[in-house]
Design a protein around this ligand. Structure first.
Ligand SMILES: Nc1nc2c(ncn2[C@@H]2O[C@H](COP(=O)(O)OP(=O)(O)O)[C@@H](O)[C@H]2O)c(=O)[nH]1
Ligand SMILES: [Mg+2]
Length: 270
């Protein structure tokens, strides 16, 4: 068997979209498939996480300690801890040494901007996994019910892609919480530029012209980025759709050669 460098999956998305829950559920799914995996918690502000991390940034830096030590409130301390993440990278790398899982799942800090828009994060991804990285951008269906909401999510997703220039995929979380009809509507609107355009137009028709122009300008930015028709609905609760993440990363990094037998049923952890 050829030993490969592990693939790193970074779970990204706005606060509460389901990063930590999906990280835990996907790790359990991989366990059930006998795919070796490790889980890294990179959120220094997490009170608790719904999985057993193999490597936990809180061993070296926590939000509470930074607040206390520097006399900062939670917002200031979050920015300081976000920059401290990169400094703690050697610890994380060392803790990952020795074992050679086929995939490492990285749960990122609660607030998207703390991870995506700090310069230090680029350094983290480059140094930890370089080009063997996949960004899994999680769209919360409750932020994507309207065409303008979905457009905003797609713009955020494309900004994450732009920041890190590594392979990228987009999933829709919490599918179990959304009515089938609503889920189908979100998937339909995200399926093609033409459909999103029509939906946006009818949504902003009565809005002030500046807002309307703005929405359509954002849409034009998205038009060429190839994100349409790629949103994959899944649920960390029921396990629905988790195999799509597996399919995406094996297709990209392993040429789809590590096929596993998919189970009829998945026993979720939450
Ligand atoms: N029913 C259901 N709840 C979910 C799912 N994913 C996340 N949640 C819930 O959404 C909330 C936020 O999830 P969390 O993973 O902490 O979000 P994070 O801030 O992005 O890490 C928690 O209460 C989770 O239990 C899902 O697929 N189904
Ligand atoms: Mg979290």
């Amino acid at each position: 068997m050829i030993l490969r460098e592990p693939v790193y999956l970074y779970f990204l998305g706005t606060a509460g979209c389901g990063k930590s829950t999906l990280t835990g559920a996907f790790s359990s799914w991989l366990d059930q498939m006998d795919v070796s995996n490790q889980v890294v918690n990179l959120d220094p502000g997490a009170d608790s996480v719904p999985y057993e991390p193999d490597v936990d940034i809180r061993e070296w830096v926590t939000l509470q300690e930074v607040m206390k030590e520097y006399g900062l409130g939670p917002n200031g301390a979050q920015i300081v801890t976000a920059d401290m993440l990169a400094l703690q990278l050697p610890h994380v790398k060392k803790a990952l040494e020795g074992s050679r899982p086929s995939v490492v799942l990285v749960d990122t800090p609660g607030q998207l901007e703390l991870f995506t828009f700090r310069e230090s994060t680029r350094h983290i991804i480059e140094n930890l996994s370089g080009r063997r990285s996949l960004l899994v951008y999680i769209v919360d269906p409750f932020n994507a019910r309207t065409a303008t909401g979905l457009t905003s999510q797609m713009v955020l997703a494309s900004l994450c892609h732009f920041r890190f220039s590594v392979p990228f995929t987009m999933v829709l979380s919490k599918a179990d919480l959304v009515e089938r009809r609503e889920l189908d509507r979100i998937l339909h609107i995200s399926s093609s530029p033409e459909v999103l355009y029509e939906a946006l137009l009818s949504e902003v028709r009565g809005s002030p012209s500046m807002e309307k122009e703005y929405a359509l300008d954002l849409y034009r930015t998205l038009e060429d980025l190839g994100l349409f028709g790629t949103l994959k609905p899944l649920s960390a609760q029921t396990g629905e759709g988790l195999e799509m993440i597996y399919k995406v990363y094996t297709d990209i990094f392993l040429g789809g050669e590590e096929e596993v037998e998919l189970p009829d049923e998945f026993n979720p952890v939450i």
